[in-house]
Write a protein that binds this ligand. Structure first.
Ligand code: FE2
Length: 343
């Protein structure tokens, strides 16, 4: 099963600025050569930075900067072999010298999957005090200068058809639907991880700035709001601009702080997510109600009027749950076809 993010590869048109941003953001450089820089997170995942015209990069989704490839980790070689056999039925899947497989998913996202043992990270968030609910007696909270994210939390893409993108991940890669933001997109969790979402697909044209398919943002996990805001302050002092935050999403409950990167996408500090198992019941949320619980500073224009407080369990007859159409290569179509045809 897929157990989370093994890494991402980023493309940039300005290597020096991108390196400065990522270093200020708090990722730890592991390796550098003349073509790339690799950052290692404590969970063992990597962020690799390359020049956007590097010929080793796969085809871009909409733009040659930002996330150029996402790499998922699976727990065993057998699981990888099974995925390879399944995906090879209707996608071009290549096998790399390290045993990983690569393909372009139906939304155009360059994807790699490899065997990857995620390292549990050591977090010890401090207990919170409230009147007559004292969880931290006689102890100050820790102070931080910087944030140092330890995990890749999720990656977000704008795609042509978020429903079809979500269906591919659910039916072909065993992702779990966790929630739906009505008219906007689908939150999905990799099977082997409890984070509310590992990936989010945003419908093209559903929110301002999402007019064309592209990578939107990458979220990195920090321990708590204090680490998130220490990171935010350091980024401001270093001259980087926030796009929104701090705030708390309603879907997934995470605290957030978004920053504009010099390579097209946003980076997000993220903490205090909902964690789920397969007992979770996905809900469909009114668009604006689901996005934000609260946000600091001036309210964004779309949030000035209070949204309708409305959400409901995703009904069993929602199109997300329809049998997945398997578009097989013609040579195999008669023997291996299952499910209903899309076209
Ligand atoms: Fe996010």
């Amino acid at each position: 099963m897929i157990t989370g993010h093994a890494g991402i590869i980023l493309g940039t048109s300005n290597m020096d600025e991108a390196k400065r941003f990522i270093s200020d953001f708090g990722l730890q450089e592991k390796h550098a050569d003349k073509n790339s820089v690799t950052y290692l997170l404590e969970e063992g995942s990597t962020v690799t930075l390359k020049s956007s015209d590097d010929p080793s990069l796969p085809p871009p989704l909409g733009t040659d900067v930002g996330v150029r490839e996402i790499c998922w980790g699976v727990d065993t070689q057998d699981a990888l072999d099974e995925l390879e056999a399944n995906l090879s039925r209707d996608l071009e899947v290549s096998k790399d010298s390290d045993g990983s497989i690569s393909f372009i998913d139906p939304s155009g996202i360059a994807t790699q999957i490899k065997v990857f043992q995620r390292t549990p990270v050591l977090y010890c968030p401090e207990p919170l005090n409230a009147p007559d609910a004292i969880r931290r007696l006689g102890t100050r909270r820790r102070w931080r200068r910087r944030a140092h994210p330890k995990v890749i939390q999720h990656v977000v893409y704008v795609v042509d058809d978020a429903l079809e993108a979500a269906r591919f991940y659910m039916h072909r890669l065993n992702f779990r639907l966790t929630d739906i933001n009505r008219n906007v997109g689908y939150f999905l969790r990799a099977e082997g991880i409890s984070e509310h979402h590992s990936i989010f697909f945003l419908n093209k044209g559903s929110v301002p700035g999402s007019e064309t398919p592209r990578p939107d943002h990458v979220s990195f996990g920090v321990e708590d709001i204090d680490e998130m805001m220490a990171g935010a302050m350091h980024m401001q002092r270093s001259g980087w601009k926030k796009t929104m935050g701090p705030g708390r999403h309603r879907i997934g409950s995470a605290l957030f702080y978004y920053l504009k990167t010099p390579f097209g996408i946003e980076f997000e500090y993220d903490t205090d997510n909902d964690h789920l198992d397969d007992h979770w019941i996905p809900h469909e949320w009114e668009t604006r109600f689901g996005m934000i619980n609260w946000v600091a500073g001036d309210l964004p224009p779309f949030w000035r009027e209070e949204p309708e407080w409305e959400y409901k369990a995703v009904p069993a007859d929602h199109p997300i749950y329809e049998p997945y159409p398997v578009k097989l290569r013609e040579a195999n179509s008669e023997s291996a076809g299952t499910g209903k045809s899309k076209t």
